[in-house]
Design a protein around this ligand. Structure first.
Ligand SMILES: *[C@@H]1O[C@H](CO)[C@@H](O)[C@H](O)[C@H]1NC(C)=O
Ligand SMILES: *[C@@H]1O[C@H](CO)[C@@H](O)[C@H](O)[C@H]1NC(C)=O
Ligand SMILES: *[C@@H]1O[C@H](CO)[C@@H](O)[C@H](O)[C@H]1NC(C)=O
Ligand SMILES: *[C@@H]1O[C@H](CO)[C@@H](O)[C@H](O)[C@H]1NC(C)=O
Ligand SMILES: *[C@@H]1O[C@H](CO)[C@@H](O)[C@H](O)[C@H]1NC(C)=O
Ligand SMILES: *[C@@H]1O[C@H](CO)[C@@H](O)[C@H](O)[C@H]1NC(C)=O
Ligand SMILES: *[C@@H]1O[C@H](CO)[C@@H](O)[C@H](O)[C@H]1NC(C)=O
Ligand SMILES: *[C@@H]1O[C@H](CO)[C@@H](O)[C@H](O)[C@H]1NC(C)=O
Ligand SMILES: *[C@@H]1O[C@H](CO)[C@@H](O)[C@H](O)[C@H]1NC(C)=O
Length: 411
């Protein structure tokens, strides 16, 4: 379906009893929900090959060169590994956040109020197969599972929390489940989970619109990041076998390649690799694939299936990543789909079907429920490719991807 106008969501609120679909709940409704909605903090300790926890923190709209030139990000890179060849997958923001959870953009080319149907699985379904605890931390979310379009600073009405930067809530497979909603929390809840030693094993962090550079700039955001992360990097409980990915949703110059500066830090990064670079080609989809490879999880059968795997994990599984010739790759826009509003891609009513029969880069095939739901369908795209392409619309066809030579022996 195309995104519905805001007013219609208000009218639909009574139909979807458990889903608050109004775009602007009243302050009194928000206060009432905040008073009655308890955050949920499940814990687990499932050992992974390269890390036991995976946290990602997303910033906004900075070109690679501008981020790489920032003093505070250079300091952070000296504490870990700089990823120099990681690409976002679309413009503007929201399709990138969507991709990070569900392995596809579904053609999204806008920041509208979007909902992905419940028959689409996400990374949390993969984690749930092994009871690996997860959470999302959105700075200044007014209460766990809030589904409004935004929650602004209540004094200045400046942008603060925005739904478009909150990947999990976009998916009905999460938003229709009250237990899952309670795992979408705020930074105050993070401080509590940290203090109570109840951190999850997978988490997605979105700083607010001031701190994530959206309404400021990289100088401001990187300074905020350094002050926020420095105490964490000396906290033994936080650091314990933890891998933290610092990245951006997209670059800032739409005509550029959408390469984004990214850094891996945390106790899971071996000290001899501090201050080094990993130049392997990655996309946002690589992050889902790496989490799957680390914990032996299946794939969503979407673009995570063929995605390259972070070397820190691939080195453990023996997976050989593809070299990708990025010269003509257009990851600054996506292909036609049901979440397009015609801005940068074309609207198509068809929800893409995932691949169900493939080993995938993580090596554990496709999630059972995906196989079952899409049993009698043909995959819409060649999801075993390390980068998205669509032969039908001529998107990213003719790019070169080849396997690296096996330089190191399989473990
Ligand atoms: C965080 O969420 C809690 C509910 O879990 C709420 O009481 C609190 O006001 C929120 N804090 C901020 C800063 O958003
Ligand atoms: C969302 O943003 C709009 C426009 O800035 C504002 O009028 C509205 O009060 C905000 N909603 C909340 C819940 O903060
Ligand atoms: C964003 O959060 C910071 C605290 O981390 C706060 O100082 C700032 O006012 C917030 N931004 C807005 C627009 O409320
Ligand atoms: C960011 O903004 C601050 C304050 O306006 C300014 O001093 C700084 O030079 C800006 N940084 C960049 C990279 O533009
Ligand atoms: C680190 O995790 C291991 C289990 O994986 C645990 O035995 C150990 O106590 C933890 N150390 C700290 C400092 O939390
Ligand atoms: C993406 O880049 C190509 C090549 O520079 C350009 O033609 C196209 O307009 C860009 N897309 C967007 C959304 O800016
Ligand atoms: C992966 O293995 C290669 C070859 O042994 C090595 O050069 C590289 O530093 C390793 N990378 C990571 C992140 O462990
Ligand atoms: C998944 O849901 C969408 C939207 O409701 C629908 O168009 C599509 O046919 C469904 N796919 C399958 C395989 O059931
Ligand atoms: C799908 O992509 C993979 C990986 O790039 C490639 O080896 C394969 O030939 C492609 N399949 C088709 C049918 O094009």
């Amino acid at each position: 379906m195309k995104s519905l106008p805001a007013a219609l969501f208000g009218a639909m609120a009574s139909v979807f009893a458990q889903i608050a679909t109004t775009t602007e709940p009243s302050p009194s409704d928000i206060a009432a929900s905040a008073a009655t909605t308890e955050p949920y903090s499940p814990v687990s300790n499932v050992e992974g090959l390269a890390f036991n926890r995976f946290f990602q923190v997303w910033f906004e709209n900075i070109d690679f060169e501008d981020a790489a030139a920032d003093d505070n990000l250079q300091w952070l890179a000296s504490q870990g590994i700089a990823l120099t060849n990681l690409y976002a997958v679309a413009h503007p923001s929201e399709p990138n956040y969507c991709a990070a959870a569900g392995g596809d953009t579904f053609g999204m080319d806008n920041d509208d109020f979007q909902r992905v149907p419940a028959n689409v699985s996400t990374v949390v379904d993969l984690l749930d197969t092994k009871y690996i605890s997860w959470a999302e931390y959105q700075e200044h979310l007014p209460y766990p599972g809030f589904q409004g379009f935004n929650y602004s600073n209540q004094e200045t009405y400046a942008d603060d929390y925005v739904r478009k930067h909150s990947p999990l809530v976009l998916y009905d497979s999460i938003a229709e489940n009250s237990m899952r909603l309670r795992q979408i929390k705020n930074f105050t809840n993070f401080e509590a989970d940290l203090a109570n030693e109840k951190l999850p094993q997978w988490a997605f962090f979105t700083p607010n619109m001031t701190n994530d550079a959206h309404d400021t700039n990289i100088t401001f955001a990187a300074k905020w990041l350094r002050s926020w992360i420095s105490p964490l990097l000396t906290n033994d409980y936080f650091m314990n076998d933890t891998l933290v990915l610092i990245t951006f949703d997209e670059d800032n110059t739409y005509k550029k390649t959408n390469r984004i500066f990214s850094i891996l830090v945390g106790g899971a990064v071996p000290e001899n690799l501090h201050g080094t670079e990993d130049n392997t080609f990655y996309t946002h989809y690589s992050v889902i694939a790496s989490v799957s490879a680390n914990w032996g999880l299946p794939s969503l059968g979407r673009w995570d299936c063929g995605a390259n795997i972070l070397e820190i994990v691939a080195n453990r599984t023996g997976y050989v990543n593809s070299d990708v010739d990025t010269t003509h790759l257009t990851l600054n826009q996506t292909y036609p789909g049901p979440l397009s509003n015609g801005k940068y891609s074309e609207y198509s009513p068809i929800w893409p079907n995932p691949v169900t029969e493939a080993d995938c880069s993580a090596g554990h095939g496709v999630l059972d429920i995906v196989k079952k739901t899409y049993a009698k369908t043909e995959p819409t795209y060649n999801y075993t490719s390390p980068f998205p392409y669509d032969s039908k619309s001529g998107y990213n066809v003719g790019n070169m991807a080849r396997r690296k030579e096996l330089l190191h022996s399989r473990l």
